[in-house]
Design a protein around this ligand. Structure first.
Ligand SMILES: Cc1ncc(COP(=O)(O)O)c(C=O)c1O
Length: 355
């Protein structure tokens, strides 16, 4: 606390990201990074960056990367915005389209949304998810306010269908719908194909999960060009060069390598299936996930006890001290070998409770 802080800064409750331990001996299943390394082509693009490129500023418009995204999504480049991770993209969406306005989200969703609402002074309504954690679309439709949804949702992993989100869009053309597809690629429908039909839709994506590039910090948004222009106005009033030259080059290669993305996602979905089966045998309730993580609760053992027990086995998972989810753990889907280690660590914890 400093007497020089502004009122806004004094009142902030910042987002707390999952732990990034210095030690590599921990099995890190707490922040939903992709279990596989990035593609060889991406690593080659990173290695081949030249001193001359680094001496200069990068392209402030990231034209090559936006064109690549537009090509893959069958959109025009001016319907694409890129930023330093989708967190930055979402923050710019908030400032350009939601600041000072009422916004609805869910009571069980990504913890950054209330932080941006506070930072940008939006009155936030947190609409409760149903008892099974599914989204109450009717409840969201009861108001004209803008909606921010993660799809699949985090931390639950549950996904809405494209038709359900289209209902929200079609019901009122003046309701802005922001769909955070950070976990795109692991099984959920995308609403990107609706962009040409709805100018009240904005889709945010991340290369952190689907492309195994959390460390590179690249995210993007897809929307009607007028919405994208609003985002560019914010970006150019904040930081003209959010993506460095290496990130732009590597992200472009990653985006165009759709085969790698599909094949690596297939490895994760297969591992997710085995992890689900293994956990169910141990007495866990597992929500059906369309993401690269599972949301689980044990029928007999508390979330806190499991979290601590796994930590003692050098396994990091995520848990929140919040009433609706305190008994639940969110666990990243690892490789099959990592899943075996997780199950081996869970087994005695579950047995100890039976005794
Ligand atoms: C729902 C959701 N949205 C956005 C993000 C931010 O992703 P990034 O900034 O790495 O692109 C995350 C990260 O975990 C997330 O879970």
């Amino acid at each position: 606390m400093s007497r020089f802080w502004t009122k806004t800064v004094s009142g902030l409750t910042p987002y707390i990201p999952g732990e990034q331990p210095a030690s590599h001996s921990l099995l890190k299943l707490n922040t939903n990074e992709h279990a596989l390394p990035p593609s060889d082509a991406v690593m080659e693009a990173i290695r081949s960056s030249q001193a001359e490129q680094l001496r200069r500023y990068p392209d402030p418009t990231a034209k090559g990367l936006r064109e690549a995204i537009a090509q893959v999504e069958s959109l025009a480049p001016d319907q694409v915005f890129v930023g330093n991770g989708s967190d930055e993209v979402l923050a710019h969406i908030w400032l350009s389209l939601l600041a000072g306005r009422p916004v609805q989200t869910l009571d069980t969703t990504y913890g950054f949304y209330p932080v941006w609402a506070q930072l940008y002074q939006s009155a936030l309504t947190e609409v409760p998810v149903l008892a099974d954690f599914s989204v109450d679309v009717e409840a969201l439709m009861a108001s004209e306010q803008a909606v921010v949804l993660a799809n699949p949702n985090a931390p639950t992993g549950l996904a809405l269908s494209r038709e359900e989100i289209e209902r929200l869009l079609a019901d009122s053309p003046d309701r802005l719908v922001i769909v955070d597809e950070a976990y795109y690629g692991f099984g959920a429908d995308t609403v990107a194909p609706l962009i040409d039909r709805y100018d009240n839709l904005i889709v945010s994506r991340s290369l952190s999960k689907s492309h195994a590039l959390a460390g590179l910090r690249v995210g993007y948004a897809l929307a009607h060009q007028d919405l994208i222009e609003g985002l560019n106005r914010v970006k150019d009033s904040f930081n003209s060069y959010p993506l460095d030259v290496v990130a732009q080059a590597a992200a472009k290669v990653a985006i165009l390598d759709t085969l790698w993305q599909e094949q690596s996602a297939a490895v994760i979905t297969e591992s997710r299936k085995r992890m689900t089966e293994g956990l169910e045998v141990l007495g866990f309730e597992v929500l059906p996930s369309s993401a690269n993580f599972l949301f689980i609760r044990h029928r007999a053992i508390s979330g806190r006890k499991l979290f601590d027990g796994l930590r003692q086995h050098d396994i990091l998972v995520r848990r929140w001290d919040k009433p609706r989810v305190e008994q639940w753990l969110r666990i990243t889907v690892g490789t099959v070998a990592q899943t075996e280690s997780l199950l081996a660590a869970c087994a005695p914890l579950c047995r100890a409770d039976d005794a």
